[in-house]
Design a binder for this molecule. Structure first.
Ligand code: ADP
Length: 246
């Protein structure tokens, strides 16, 4: 579906991506993880065609591709429904698709609201709904659930699972272990612009250990634990926060 061969990208003198070679299959969801500045967004922009690679080749089986940036692009003067109608008209999309996406993203109660009246989660759901109107084969998502409420996270995760069922290829940047576990087929780790790991989720967990920060209720003490150590903790815990891999 997507094939990259020795892709590299340079901004000025510094290379931010080097030797990127991998391919994906239809119906695969790939989680892209890596520290800030490791090149994740640049990689999605290159696949989407927004940026040209400095070297290397990108092959896509389909031209129907949607890139959904971290910050949604919505028209402030238009209501939620009018935003959908506007983009649908521009792209010649039938109105049934609009109704479907409103349902999938549970937007029914909010159709009359302007973007400024929507929560961050609702704005992201609307932005994804708009991008999916054209029924793309390849979907590129830049941190779609970052900083969102639990309900929006769940709705977006469910939509991604549905895309997978419909044999779409999804690449998305995430920091959340739970999403890697419940949605992804494969994981791609970027480190300083290079692929550190590309493989199945099972191999990923076998290779990297999961850590969590726990806060004890009584003492308010914070500790870093391996995930498997969590079940041995006897004290009450106030918070458990995932910190990803080590
Ligand atoms: P990530 O998404 O993993 O945080 P990015 O792809 O946004 O990483 O950025 C990778 C590196 O490229 C960073 O060091 C960033 O500062 C740099 N960079 C990103 N965009 C530009 C640009 N337009 N011009 C120059 N440097 C850039």
């Amino acid at each position: 579906m997507i094939k990259l061969e020795n892709v590299g990208k340079r901004y000025g003198k510094s290379w931010v991506l080097e030797n990127i070679t991998f391919h994906t299959e239809e119906g695969n969801v790939i989680g892209i993880i890596g520290k800030n500045g490791s090149g994740k967004t640049t990689l999605l922009k290159i696949i989407s065609g927004i940026l040209k690679p400095t070297v290397g080749n990108v092959y896509l089986k389909s031209k129907l591709i949607s890139y959904i940036p971290e910050k949604p692009i919505l028209i402030p003067e238009l209501s939620l429904k009018e935003n959908l109608n506007y983009f649908a008209k521009m792209r010649n999309v039938e109105s049934k698709r609009i109704e479907d996406e409103i349902k999938f993203f549970r937007l029914e109660k909010h159709v009359l609201k302007k973007p400024s009246e929507l929560s961050k989660g609702l704005r992201q759901r609307l932005s994804m709904a708009i991008s999916l109107l054209i029924d793309p084969d390849i979907i590129l998502l830049d941190e779609p659930t970052s900083g969102l409420d639990a309900e929006s996270k769940k709705i977006i995760s469910n939509r991604i699972k549905k895309l997978k069922l419909n044999k779409k290829t999804v690449l998305y940047i995430t920091h959340e272990d739970e999403e890697v576990e419940s949605i992804c087929d494969k994981v791609l780790i970027l480190e300083e612009g290079e692929i550190k790991f590309f493989g199945t989720v099972e191999d990923f967990w076998r290779k990297y250990e999961r850590f969590v920060y726990v806060t004890f209720s009584q003492t308010k003490e914070i500790k870093l634990l391996k995930l498997e150590e969590l079940k041995n903790v006897k004290e009450d815990l106030l918070h458990v926060r995932s910190v990803g891999i080590r």
